[in-house]
Design a protein around this ligand. Structure first.
Ligand code: PLP
Length: 384
């Protein structure tokens, strides 16, 4: 047989899945491994989906997505951040941020273009750059700096082939929220070197300390920024597959072009549910965010009490404790913890070399389970 695509063949499977596979064969596993809310979608949003089905909204929508949903997304960004995007030509609805990321990189990159990826970062950034023909260039961020992106470190990685920077804030896996100053320095750098910035803001509503900066509102950023957002996390809508891209018109138009040939449109029923998520009452989201914050405080305090230094997660729903005192690398730590105490966490190395020495624990998990996980992790540490 002829060889399959070389880039895809060379891409390893996600390191997170391997742990799911082991965990799925065990009883009594407490999973802190998945990056998914443990809440179901708020009832009024599910009801909108049911209503949409009952009334036969089972067709395609326009390629860019329902105009009403685009209007609501742009109005929401304007209300919360003062961002200025036109629903008509600067916004499109995608099947999750996953598709948004893929479309964006395909539109931005020519073969061999380099993309700077500050790490540790979400596992899809590097593969998506490579699938789009680009070359990911990792730059480290450090716990000592609260994982803030250092513009000088980024500058040192820029070459004549550098086309873009991809970042996520609030971040998976660190929970870090990029400070406004760090983003401003990054935008200045992008202006100097004429770079695009892809800003994955899927966790924007899940911030607990400090404030989230929408990159599209940083002076100088708008014309070179692609904003990615969605409904999976704050609205507990992972399975509905709805996200969006807001970008300058030339970029957004080409994203619609790829989307119209590869996806056609995001699911109609899901788009109608998303309309309800943004136009209906917001209290379910607010109470989920408050709940994550409560769990965050209890869990981070507990991790510190059992001797694991843990950076303060400011956003998303992940704690990223240091496991250095165990003397194990993160892969071995996660595997042994799973096999002996049936607690699933994700090794930090999966998110890039700077993640080594940490594990990612999702606290989108019920409080009693988090408390039991702490008991088990403590026992595991004692057994080493
Ligand atoms: N971006 C980040 C940082 C994520 O953590 C995830 C999911 O875990 C995604 C994007 C994918 O989101 P979606 O469900 O909208 O495709």
């Amino acid at each position: 047989m002829k060889e399959l695509n070389a880039v895809i063949t060379a891409c390893p499977p996600s390191g997170i899945r391997r742990f799911f596979d082991i965990a799925s064969e065990m009883d009594d596993v407490i999973s802190l491994g998945v990056g998914e809310p443990d809440f179901v979608t708020p009832w009024h949003v599910r009801e909108a989906g049911i209503y949409a089905l009952e009334n036969g909204y089972t067709t395609y929508t326009s390629n860019a997505g329902l105009p009403r949903l685009r209007e609501l997304i742009c109005a929401d960004l304007a209300a919360r951040y003062g961002a200025d995007y036109s629903p008509d030509g600067e916004c499109l609805i995608t099947t999750g941020v996953s598709e948004g990321l893929d479309l964006t990189l395909r539109v931005l990159l020519n073969p061999g273009d380099e993309v700077i990826v500050p790490e540790p970062c979400y596992v899809a950034y590097e593969p998506c750059v490579a699938f789009a023909g680009g070359v990911p260039v990792r730059v480290p961020t450090r716990w000592e700096d609260d994982f803030a992106i250092d513009a000088e470190v980024v500058a040192a990685a820029i070459t004549p082939r550098t086309k873009a920077i991809v970042l996520g804030s609030p971040a998976n896996p660190t929970g870090a929220v990029q400070p406004r100053k760090a983003l401003e320095a990054l935008v200045r750098l992008a202006e100097q070197h004429d770079l695009y910035i892809v800003s994955d803001e899927i966790y924007d509503r899940l911030t607990y300390t400090g404030t989230h900066t929408c990159l599209g509102t940083v002076p100088g950023a708008r014309e070179r920024t692609v904003l990615l957002g969605g409904f999976s996390k704050a609205h507990a809508m992972t399975g509905w597959r709805v996200g969006w891209i807001c970008a300058p018109r030339p970029v957004a138009e080409l994203c619609v072009r790829v989307h119209q040939y590869t996806m056609l449109c995001a699911p109609h029923v899901s788009q109608l549910a998303a309309v309800e998520a943004l136009s209906g009452p917001d209290d379910a989201v607010q109470s989920m965010v408050a709940d994550y914050d409560r769990r965050r405080r209890v869990f981070v305090k507990g991790l510190r009490e059992i001797g694991l230094d843990t950076p303060e997660p400011q956003g998303a729903f992940y704690a990223f404790p240091s496991i250095r005192r165990s003397g194990l690398d993160s892969e071995t730590f996660a595997e042994q913890l799973l096999r002996t105490e049936h607690v699933a966490v994700v090794p930090g190395s999966v998110f890039g070399p700077s993640g080594e020495g940490h594990v990612r624990c999702s606290y989108a998990t019920a409080l009693p389970l988090l408390e039991e996980a702490l008991v088990r992790i403590d026992r595991f540490l004692g057994s080493l």
